[in-house]
Ligand binder design. Sequence first.
Ligand SMILES: Cc1cc2nc3c(=O)[nH]c(=O)nc-3n(C[C@H](O)[C@H](O)[C@H](O)COP(=O)(O)OP(=O)(O)OC[C@H]3O[C@@H](n4cnc5c(N)ncnc54)[C@H](O)[C@@H]3O)c2cc1C
Ligand code: FES
Length: 314
Amino acid sequence: MHLVVDKAQLSPNVTRLVIEAPRIAAIRRPGQFVIVHRGPGAERIPLTIADADSLRGTITLVIQAVGKSTEDLVALKVGEAIADVAGPLGRATELITSGHAVCVGGGVGTAVVHPIALGLRDAGVKVTSIIGGRSREWVIFEEELGRAGEVITCTDDGSYGRHGFVTDALKDVIEAGGVDAVYAVGPVPMMRAVAELTRPYGVPTFVSLNAIMLDGTGMCGGCRVHVGGKTQYACVDGPEFDAHAVDFRELADRLGTYREFETRALEVARMRASGRAASNEAPLHAPAGSCLIPALAEAAEKQEAAAAAGETNA
Ligand SMILES: Cc1cc2nc3c(=O)[nH]c(=O)nc-3n(C[C@H](O)[C@H](O)[C@H](O)COP(=O)(O)OP(=O)(O)OC[C@H]3O[C@@H](n4cnc5c(N)ncnc54)[C@H](O)[C@@H]3O)c2cc1C
Ligand code: FES
C-alpha cells in the first residue's frame, strides 16, 4: 500500500499527490512513469513521476481529473492509500548535456516536463521553460520550473504572463538563436504544433506520448504508436520520441477508441455518488457480439502473431 502523505489543489482540475513509494523514489529518472491501481475494481492508469524525494521515500504525482480513474485518485485524502504503484516504467529522457534546451509544457504536461527541466539543469544545460494555461488559475508548476531557469508563462486569454499560445513564445525563442533541443509535453494538438514549428529550423524535438496503456510492459500492444513508419510501444520504447517522426494523427485517433465507454463509466460513477443509480447497475453495455475491451482483443491477436512467428515463450 502507498500512503498519501500530502495533497494540494494546483488548478481547478489538477491535484498534486505525494505518496510513499521508497523503492521507486530511489531509482526513478526524468521521463519515467508509474502505473497506478487505486484498489479492487479500479483501472490501472499511467502517471508520470513529476518529482521524487529519495530521503523521504516519496514520489509526486500530478493528476488532471478527466475521467473516472483520475477523479477517484484525486478524491483520495491524506492518510488514505493507493493499492499498487508499479514502476519506474519507460525509458528515461535522453538529456542533452550542454547548450540550451527549451522545455514546453501545456496543461498537466507542465508537471510532466518538470523532472526533464531539472535533469537538464543538473547536466549543466541552460534551460528555458515555456508553459501555458487557459488563464491564470490554470497555470501550474511555474515556481518549480523557475528552479531550472527562465520561465515564460503564456495564457490564452492574456490574464497572466504573455498573451497567446506556447508556440508563439517558442517561435520567438528559436528565432533568437542558439536552441539545441526542445522537449514538449501536453495535449496532442500542442505537441503536433510544436513539432511543425521546430521542423523547418531543424531543432531536435522530443515529445512524451500519452498513448493509452494497459500493462505498461510491452505485452498488450495497447500503446502502439508509429514513429518514422516503425511500430513502437510507448510504454517500453518511449514514452518520449522524436517529434518530427511521430504519426500524431494515428495517436489522436487511438486516444478516442474508448470514448463511449469512458463517458459512460464517468456518468455512472457520478450518478452513484449522488445516489441516482442503483449500486449494482452495470457501468457499461457493450454492443452484442463486440469485445468490451478492444485492446484485449488486439493484445490476443498480437500474442498469437508473435507466437506464430516464434517470438514468445508464452
Ligand atoms: C506515459 C503517460 C504518462 C501520463 N502522465 C500523466 C500525468 O502525470 N498526469 C495526468 O493527469 N495524466 C497523465 N497521463 C494520462 C492519464 O493516464 C489519463 O488521463 C488517464 O488514464 C485517464 O483515465 P480516466 O479514467 O480518468 O479517464 P477516461 O475517461 O478513462 O479517459 C480520458 C482520456 O484519457 C486517456 N486515457 C484513458 N485511459 C488511459 C490509459 N489507460 N492510459 C493512457 N491514457 C488513457 C484517453 O485519451 C481518454 O480519452 C499519462 C499518460 C501516459 C501514457
Ligand atoms: S501498455 Fe504498452 S504494450 Fe501494453
